[in-house]
Design a protein around this ligand. Structure first.
Ligand code: GRF
Length: 225
């Protein structure tokens, strides 16, 4: 089996991180498959100390730290970030724990070509502390979402979602860990759909082409007895 990760038909993807980069690793690993429709060409962090940079390097991906603190304005930082991404020939930007607010100008420059993962079933629980707020509300089903990025926080056409049960006695950490596991499967799946053209923005939502339904199970929680 071929493990080649580059090829003329593969979309060139740049990953933006700020921290540990576990979603980044899941994308890099998925993209190693010969038939994956995207290749990861760079990982860029706005925090030089981000642990994900070393993880990406160890996996053989070119990395760059662009410290936002070194720039006088958000815009000046984004000019540099944009230059770096375009310099790598990036076609799709995948935000993976990128904790920096972006200006509308930057976001519009990557319209329908920038995606993000958020640990909630959007449009519920936008912003920070999603798990704590979900627990406080007593919801029984939480989850995560991959979406195209729009200038408003955690908004944009939804590409894919996973529903994850909330268990009695869950803490913020235990719920976060269960959702993170789902994130690691969802993000490579969603990126593949975007890169292959199977998921496309139409109006203000995502439409699927070539969608194959192998299974369609509703999640009942608590389960039906
Ligand atoms: C993930 O929960 C992601 O959904 C959110 O930030 C976290 C990043 O974790 N946007 P990691 O850096 O990918 O491990």
């Amino acid at each position: 089996m071929s493990t080649t990760s580059s090829g003329p038909d593969k979309k060139r993807v740049g990953i933006l991180i700020s921290g540990r980069g576990s979603n980044m690793v899941s994308l890099i690993e998925a993209a190693r498959a010969g038939d994956y429709p995207a290749e990861i060409v760079c990982v860029i962090s706005n925090r030089p100390e981000a642990a994900g940079l070393a993880r990406a390097e160890a996996l053989g991906i070119p990395t760059q730290a662009i410290d936002h603190k070194a720039f006088a304005s958000r815009e000046a930082f984004e000019v540099e970030l944009d230059r770096a991404l375009r310099g790598h020939g990036v076609e799709i930007v995948a935000c993976a724990g990128f904790m920096r607010k972006m200006t509308a100008g930057f976001v519009e420059g990557w319209r329908d070509a920038m995606i993000n993962i958020h640990p909630s079933l959007l449009p519920s629980y936008k912003g920070l502390h999603t798990h704590a707020r979900a627990l406080e509300d007593g919801v029984k089903i939480a989850g995560c979402t991959v979406h195209f990025v729009r200038p408003e926080l955690d908004s944009g056409p939804i590409i894919a979602q996973v529903a994850v049960p909330v268990l009695d006695g869950d803490s913020e950490d235990s719920l976060a860990a269960r959702i993170l596991e789902a994130e690691h499967r969802l993000y490579p799946h969603a990126l593949a759909m975007v890169a292959s053209g199977a998921a496309k923005v139409e109006g203000d939502r995502v439409a699927y082409r070539q969608f194959q339904i192998n299974q369609m199970n509703s999640l009942y929680w608590p389960p039906l007895s």
